[in-house]
Design a protein around this ligand. Structure first.
Ligand code: NDP
Length: 308
């Protein structure tokens, strides 16, 4: 019984060493080397193609290397194969760090001050106490909840929005399309940590921006497909929104002519908010394989009908 890994090679080597050390009973192959294809029960990959599934007759679980599964063509994954996204401490901690950085950047007007510095302008603005800056998170999953837990320490009033109702201490929770307007109306800083699905694609659009308080800030660390880029430009240029921190874009990297590169109200990072780490990610994969072997539910098992 073995695992086939098909992704970034350095991480693959680290995971192979981790399995050799902690799970010598499980073979770990780095694609294209796969030993006996019939022995492979687990595939750890980013975006496997149909030919791989055809070559692995006894595959039971596809583990996504990342927290999302939107890069997968689920119609190509045999129905008998369970699909699991990555849930691991290093990935979560990376996102918490990024969300804190981006929230503080907007809260403390860092984008404006970078722009002022470049133009030789010394222009202090009045400080807004955290208690007067409401932060709302779209997506109350593993990442959204971890981010909210850390942001609470700064004293921001917190809100959250999800598909199904949640109760989280210290967070004003909203759910579903009906409650979205009430949620948005109170978000001075809006953080998108949704998975990309047919329902959430394009959710960061003109209608959403129009419902935010005047001068709100946006953070998108979900997926580029959540954002209608032209609507964001209109909202920033028209003064509706004060600034945006974007880690993900529709096209990565964007073309050199893309307006986001030099926009004075946008802070752009190259999809680095968080990454699956070698150590904790490998252990999380191993833990899930052990759960699967023991017949216990795996962490991060997705519902194909929902796409997350
Ligand atoms: P989870 O699956 O744990 O959580 C998803 C959350 O989104 C849930 O709260 C879910 O609601 C909510 N949701 C899903 N669909 C809808 C909808 N239609 N309307 C309202 N809420 C919805 O995911 P994670 O927290 O682990 O990850 C979230 C995303 O973050 C990933 O899918 C990925 O796209 C992105 N990401 C980005 C990274 C980066 O570097 N930029 C790194 C890692 C992840 P409910 O609770 O009701 O099910």
């Amino acid at each position: 019984m073995s695992v086939l890994y098909k992704s970034e090679i350095d991480r693959g080597r680290a995971w192979q060493a981790l399995f050799a050390d902690r799970a010598p009973d499980i073979g770990f192959h780095l694609w294209p080397e796969m030993g006996d294809p019939a022995a492979i029960r687990y595939l750890a990959a980013w975006a496997p193609t149909a030919d791989i599934f055809a070559a692995l007759p006894n595959l039971e679980v596809l583990f996504s290397i990342g927290a999302g599964v939107d890069q997968l063509d689920l119609s190509q994954v045999p129905p008998s194969v369970a699909v699991v996204r990555m849930v691991e401490a290093g990935l979560t901690e990376g996102m918490v760090e990024y969300a804190v950085f981006a929230t503080l950047a907007l809260h403390r007007r860092v984008i404006d001050y970078i722009s002022d510095q470049r133009q030789g302008r010394w222009q202090p603005a009045r400080l807004v106490p955290p208690a007067q800056r409401r932060v709302g998170v779209m997506g109350l999953g593993v990442l959204g909840q971890a981010v909210l837990a850390r942001l609470g320490a700064f004293g921001f009033p917190l809100l959250g929005w999800s598909r199904t109702p949640h109760a989280i201490a210290g967070v004003d929770c909203y759910a579903g399309c009906e409650q979205l307007p009430d949620f948005l109306a109170q978000c001075d800083i809006l953080i998108c940590l949704l998975p990309l699905t047919p329902e959430t694609r394009g959710i960061l659009c003109r209608d959403t921006f129009d419902r935010l308080p005047q001068g709100a800030g946006l953070i998108n660390a979900g997926r580029g497909g959540h954002l209608i880029e032209s609507d964001l430009l209109d909202a920033l240029d028209g003064g509706r929104l004060a600034g945006a921190v974007l880690d993900v874009l529709n096209s990565e990297p964007p073309p050199t002519t893309h307006p986001f590169w030099r926009h004075p109200k946008i802070l752009l990072t190259p999809h680095i908010a968080s990454m699956t780490t070698a150590d904790t990610g490998g252990q999380a994969l191993l833990d899930n394989i052990r759960r699967h072997q023991a017949g216990i539910p795996m962490q991060g098992l997705i519902r194909r009908d929902l796409g997350y």
